[in-house]
Each structure stands twice: as C-alpha cells, then as structure tokens.
Design a protein around this ligand. Structure first.
Ligand SMILES: [Zn+2]
Length: 236
C-alpha cells in the first residue's frame, strides 16, 4: 500500500514542477532547437515542411558530401523549408501519392536554397559542362525563391524508387525529355519511367510543374509569379 501511495504522490509532484518550470524555461529561450541556417529561412517566412506533414521524408543532399559537387554545402540545415503555399502543395502531393500507393512517401532532397548556397554551387560548376544545370548568381534560382523542390519517392520498405539515375545525376539519362529515346535503347526500363511518372502525376495534381532536364525538380510557380510574390533568400 505504501508503495502505491508514494508513487501517486510522486507523479503529481513532478507534474507540478514541470508546469511551474517549463513555461519559465520556454519564455527565457527558444524551446525548439533551430540551427542558424534554418533560422535564416524561418525568419524569411518559410516553413519546415515536416511541421505540416511529418510523414514526408527529408534527406538534404547538400547536408553531406554525397552530391555532384562532393561538398557539404549546408553546415547545420537538415530540414526542408519552403514558402508556406508551396509546402501546403507538397502536403497535397504526399496525400495523392498515398491514395495511389499507401506504402509510398515523398522524400525531399533539397528545397529552399539561400543565395549564398547557390553561389557555392555555381563556383563549383562554372568552368565545367555541368554549368548548364545550375543557375548563375545573376539568374536567381527558383530554389532561392523557396518555390522549387527536389524530390523522389520511398517505397513501403524505405528504399528509394529506381528512377534510372541517382538524384543529382547531371546528364542526359536524367532528363525527362529523353525518356522515350532511352527506353528504346534499353538504357531506361519501363519500370524506371513508370516510377518517374508516378512522381510527376502526384506533383502535377498538387499544382507543381516539372522541368525537361531533371526528373527530381519541380516548381510551384512560374518565374514571373515567384518574382512578384517573393524576395530571394539572400543573407547568410
Ligand atoms: Zn532543383
């Protein structure tokens, strides 16, 4: 009996302490741990897509060195930020994907990209044939307006669906405009194209547009619309 009584007394005491001290701690400092790079995006008014739908997977390519540059661009950013209306469109795309294949989910590889990051990227490619894939600092990237997203699909068992090339593969095989040609030559399989089509279907239904040279890149607005509504994310 004594044991139960002590337990009952103990829990309310702890609850009282939490109720008293948690608000004090939260008022004295930001309770959420937001990195400096994330804070820059947050203070520019962008939202973390996983705050809207935590079932969307995020694995930022440029938070590590396994990308076409071989460079870790984001030192602390690990979340995908987008303009709020774009993040909401992505939530819709995830919903449509689950309707078609309940086991699958979207995985985001890059979202809003500040101008300082775009400059790092451009400096890596400007003297190479890869430069046609990267916006120069003079032409603001749609990622820098927070209206573009790079993404793929994870299967029920958490594996990336085979799209025929890795994400970030800068070459003709990754270009949707060449799919018929590479299907005919056997360099892309029907299954790989079907996987790309699944991604395009759900993104298009949610209001995004793809581009002809990267299967993973989608934009929520036209350049003119983005320029009218948003300012580029620039400051470091
Ligand atoms: Zn992109």
């Amino acid at each position: 009996m004594k044991k139960y009584k002590n337990t009952c007394l103990f829990i309310p005491s702890r609850l009282i302490l939490i109720v008293i001290f948690c608000p004090l701690i939260c008022f004295s400092q930001d309770c959420t741990t937001v990195s400096a790079e994330a804070m820059q995006l947050k203070s520019a008014g962008l939202v973390d897509v996983r705050d809207l739908d935590s079932t969307i997977a995020v694995h930022l390519l440029y938070a590590g060195e396994n990308n076409f540059m071989g460079v870790q661009m984001y030192k602390s950013l690990r979340e995908a930020y987008l303009q709020a209306e774009v993040a909401n469109m992505l939530v819709l795309a995830q919903k449509y994907l689950k309707q078609i294949n309940p086991g699958c989910k979207l995985i985001v590889y890059d979202a809003a990209r500040p101008q300082w990051a775009q400059v790092i990227m451009w400096n890596k490619v400007k003297d190479t044939p890869m430069k046609k894939y990267v916006s120069s600092p003079g032409r603001i990237s749609m990622h820098t307006y927070g209206v573009a997203v790079d993404l793929g699909i994870l299967s029920r068992d958490g594996m990336e669906l085979d799209m025929g090339t890795p994400v970030d593969f800068l070459g003709a095989l990754a270009e949707p405009r060449n799919e018929a040609k590479f299907l005919a030559s056997g360099e892309l399989s029907r299954e790989q194209i079907k996987n790309r089509e699944l991604l395009r279907t759900v993104m298009k239904k949610a209001g995004f547009r793809g581009i002809p040279n990267e299967w993973w890149h989608f934009e929520a607005l036209t350049r003119t619309e983005a320029q009218k509504k948003y300012v580029p994310i620039s400051a470091k």
